[in-house]
Ligand binder design. Structure first.
Ligand code: PNS
Length: 166
């Protein structure tokens, strides 16, 4: 009897920077997938002014998760569905924090389904404590001198300090 294929999930996003909310979703993703590819997009539907370069974001994700074999940080350009196909991913994972996320997430999931019907998007819900955390708010608070130490890992915090110090 042939063994079932490993379940590979793609967790795409801007991750500028990775927050503890993202970390929560990655760990939850590992409960449903054997391997999770954390994929930093060169092109986001939400065009935002970036803090870190895409390569810096990937390096930070790698530093946060260390050498956990089941977590693979990468970057990608072009269409998400093409990248998912290349990676052999059957699932796209996205975090759903609040109703306000829903419309955008549903639209993207349905567009991706239209582009490649074999892909399934699953939404994972973060711990309630992480529900208000977003990279854009973390960037804003940090750039205005606020304390973001409970929203990002220490390595990310240090990188933000260095970046914002110029
Ligand atoms: O963290 P974000 O910025 O909300 O992530 C959005 C992301 C990167 C998942 C989305 O913009 C995306 O998939 N970009 C890749 C290009 C693509 O496939 N666009 C069509 C999406 S339906």
């Amino acid at each position: 009897m042939s063994r079932p294929l490993p379940v590979v999930a793609l967790y795409p996003g801007s991750f500028d920077p990775l927050t503890v909310g993202h970390e929560d979703i990655v760990r939850r993703g590992l409960r449903v997938a054997d391997r999770i590819v954390v994929a930093v997009a060169h092109t986001s539907t939400h065009a935002k002014k970036g803090l870190f370069t895409v390569d810096e974001r990937v390096d930070l994700i790698r530093e946060v998760f260390g050498d956990e074999e089941r977590i693979q940080p990468v970057s990608f350009s072009g269409l998400l569905v093409n990248f998912a196909r290349k990676q052999g991913a059957q699932l796209v994972v996205r975090g759903l924090r609040a109703i306000s996320d829903f419309e955008y997430e549903l639209q993207m999931a349905q567009m991706n389904q239209e582009l490649w019907p074999e892909i399934e998007t699953i939404f994972l819900v973060p711990d309630a404590q992480n529900s208000f955390i977003s990279s854009s708010l973390v960037r804003e608070v940090a750039s205005l001198g606020g304390d973001v130490s409970s929203f990002v890992s220490p390595v990310v915090l240090e990188a933000m300090r260095r970046k914002l110090a110029g």
